[in-house]
Design a protein around this ligand. Structure first.
Ligand code: URA
Length: 238
């Protein structure tokens, strides 16, 4: 919903209505990287990045979608009785209470979506929407084409067949290979178990995309706030 910039800023706790008007006049507010001095501007905060003094501003109730490059060694739960590092500690400056959409193992890195939008999380996780997840798996040795075909067409895993996957070899040497694998499901340690089933241990795993939303060159441990177009990419047809 479109609203006046000063209303969005005030609701986000950036200051009183008067105060934020002064911020705008002082050139401290930017929208999508451009300083805004027009007091009348109306916009939908979901579609734009609004910053005060270069820092993103959002209200605690505002729906927020975050893409984090999770480092290895962080758990995707919001608290950890064992005292391990938790992903939410990386979300510096985020006021909303967000939760991870699905999980990544402690020893997996890469794309992790976090949001306070339960409906969207459901849509991403529900198999009927078929949101794909793409991973780069570094495995010991180099699987034979027929082994990769087995994984692609589905294998029996804990009494249930995995759904079709796509795979391609990105790099290969005599000792290791890096294989891109795209799956539709999110079963526990699925990628590791799939490769184990063809006799190739995964030694490093990184999620690189949800649907067509790619992690890109986001540095490890850093995050970015997603806009509407990014969200559309998650559900974009294959
Ligand atoms: N598959 C795995 O084995 N681990 C993950 O963290 C994600 C997918």
């Amino acid at each position: 919903m479109k609203e006046r910039l000063q209303k969005i800023l005030a609701r986000a706790g950036a200051g009183s209505r008067r105060g934020v008007e002064q911020y705008i006049l002082d050139g401290r507010v930017s929208v999508d990287g451009r300083v805004v001095s027009d007091m009348g501007i109306k916009l939908d905060p979901v579609d734009h990045e609004i910053c005060l003094d270069g820092k993103p501003v959002l209200s605690p109730e505002e729906k927020i979608y975050i893409l984090l490059n999770k480092p290895v060694g962080y758990v995707t739960t919001l608290s950890d009785p064992q005292g391990r590092r938790i992903v939410s500690s990386l979300l510096v400056g985020i006021k909303q209470r967000v939760f991870p959409v699905g999980r990544l193992d402690l020893d997996t890195e890469g794309a992790l979506l976090l949001t306070n939008d339960g409906d969207l999380a459901q849509r991403i996780l529900h198999p009927s929407f078929e949101v794909t997840k793409t991973y780069e798996a570094k495995v010991l040795g180099c699987p034979l084409p027929e082994s990769l075909e087995r994984l692609a067409s589905g294998i029996e895993m804990e009494g249930r067949r995995t759904s079709p996957a796509s795979l391609r070899i990105l790099r290969a040497s005599s000792r290791f290979s890096v294989i891109e694998i795209t799956i539709h499901e999110g079963r526990k340690r699925q990628v590791r178990k799939m490769f184990a089933a063809i006799g190739h241990r995964v030694i490093a795993l990184k999620r690189t995309a949800y649907g067509k939303l790619k992690l890109g060159n986001l540095p490890s441990g850093k995050f970015r706030i997603l806009n509407k177009k990014d969200i559309e990419k998650i559900f974009a047809p294959k």
